[in-house]
Design a protein around this ligand. Structure first.
Ligand code: FES
Ligand SMILES: [Fe+2]
Length: 440
């Protein structure tokens, strides 16, 4: 339980707020590369309450600039891409990717007005299907050499989806290993061969026990939290028998990403990105250590739930998330279908637009959450005192920051969990066509 002031401190992200200023020290996903359609690569984006326009100019350079035209405030997202920039549709002022005003065509011949005009622009970088922007002051930090960034394009797939609630709730469900045994419980196990591209649907590594059974029958995990240089590692242990232990290793990457196993082959690196205080997008990179990702299948699966152009969920509070009484009685814990994204969406949206944390009561399983909130508050304090922040990486540090290991497997109880996941990670890397070079 925290005070209303403490809750505001860690949830509000508008310009000038403490958490908002902190998050602006980091690269943030602003769009999927696929959102910049080839015929007109312009997209309005909203990030932490700021309205921006993202575009690719006629030379292929990416630009991210404020959305309101510095002439008289018209919407640049309706502009025209021509002559090396984005042209406002109102009076034709032209801006390049750096926000320089190149032309003010209605002004008198020889006018120098354009030399005094500048639109605010932000650094942009495209990695593994996601376009990241940097809204902070000064130089952006380097991106780490995580698997999702170093894997070849053939082995990654990116997607996103909207949650109608504050970003912190979305992040907190990802650092809560206990919920999977309840929220995502299925009363029957399916043929795991139909589990491609889905989480909690196949078997764990080194085991033929369906993960659905592990979660259902062993619902009281021991949860360990270890601080790391990138944030924290969560280890959830489930003793399956005297001989076997289920080990699930997930990670929080500061400030708002998680890296988790999806199946024995794939991991998910997921950012929870505030649109404003009461909406957020999850952006995920799915990374395969084995075969190239079947992108068409992954995309088609996700488009069953998410609707373009805004990646909104077809199941939402306006249709009770598809809740079905008979399904809840007979087949799933929630009665909301088999897509675990819907379960998570219901869980966090039903906490309220911004969860009122003055009324919560954390338990022992919430250790990851309390640890994370402490990290966030400490980082805000450090920022206010001008001290160094976590994950502000120089290029040489970024090169050394790898993985992070995300493992879901069954080990012998003879072996310590740490030893097990390190070995499982090594084995997976050594068998991979690309990850071998990126040993931890
Ligand atoms: S408002 Fe944009 S050019 Fe006039
Ligand atoms: Fe979940």
């Amino acid at each position: 339980m925290i005070t209303a002031e403490q809750n505001d401190l860690i949830t509000r992200v508008g310009a000038g707020t403490p958490a908002g200023t902190l998050l602006r020290h980091y690269w943030q996903p602003v769009a999927l590369a696929e959102e910049l359609a080839p015929e007109r690569p312009i997209r309005a984006v909203r990030l932490m309450g700021q309205d921006l326009v993202l575009f690719r100019d006629d030379e292929g350079r990416l630009g991210l600039i404020d959305r309101d035209c510095p002439h008289r405030g018209a919407d640049l997202a309706y502009g025209r891409l021509e002559h090396g920039g984005l042209r406002c549709a109102f009076h034709g002022w032209l801006f390049d990717v750096n926000g320089a005003c190149l032309e003010t065509p209605a002004e008198p011949e020889g006018s120098k007005l354009h030399t005094r005009i500048r639109q605010k622009s932000y650094p942009v970088v495209e990695r593994s299907g996601i376009i990241f922007g940097y809204l902070g002051e000064g130089e952006p930090p380097a991106l780490p050499a995580f698997d999702c960034f170093v894997a070849p394009d053939t082995h990654t797939f990116a997607f996103k989806g909207l949650f109608e609630c504050n970003w912190l709730q979305a992040l907190e469900v990802g650092i809560d290993p206990a919920h999977a045994s309840f929220l995502h419980r299925f009363f029957e196990d399916e043929d795991s061969s139909a589990g491609y591209g889905k989480q909690f649907r196949s078997t764990s590594a080194d085991s033929d026990m369906p993960i659905t059974r592990v979660l259902r029958e062993f619902y009281r995990p021991e949860i360990r939290v270890d601080p790391t240089d990138y944030g924290m590692r969560l280890t959830a242990l489930r003793e399956l028998s005297e001989q076997n232990r289920h080990v699930r290793v997930t990670n929080m990457v500061f400030p708002q990403a998680i890296v988790i196993p999806m199946s024995a082959e794939m991991t998910i690196s997921q950012w929870h990105v505030p649109v404003d205080d009461t909406h957020c997008y999850w952006y995920a990179i799915f990374t395969s250590f084995t075969e190239p990702v079947n992108k068409e299948q992954m995309r088609a699966q996700r488009l069953e739930l998410y609707e373009l152009p805004n990646y909104t969920s077809r199941k939402n509070k306006r249709n009770n998330y598809g809740f079905d009484v008979h399904e809840q009685l007979n087949r799933t814990y929630t009665g909301m279908g088999h897509d675990i994204n819907v379960h998570d969406q219901w869980a966090i949206e039903s906490q309220g637009a911004i969860q009122d944390r003055t009324r919560e009561n954390l338990g022992a399983t919430d250790i990851g959450i309390s640890h994370y909130r402490r990290m966030l508050r400490n980082a805000i304090d450090a920022m206010n005192q001008g001290k160094p922040l976590p994950m502000q990486l120089a290029p040489e540090q970024a090169e050394q920051m790898r993985g992070p290991a995300s493992i879901d497997g069954v080990s012998s109880t003879q072996q310590g969990p740490e030893e097990y996941w390190q070995e499982a990670d090594r084995t997976r890397r050594n068998a991979s066509s690309w990850a071998q070079a990126w040993q931890l």
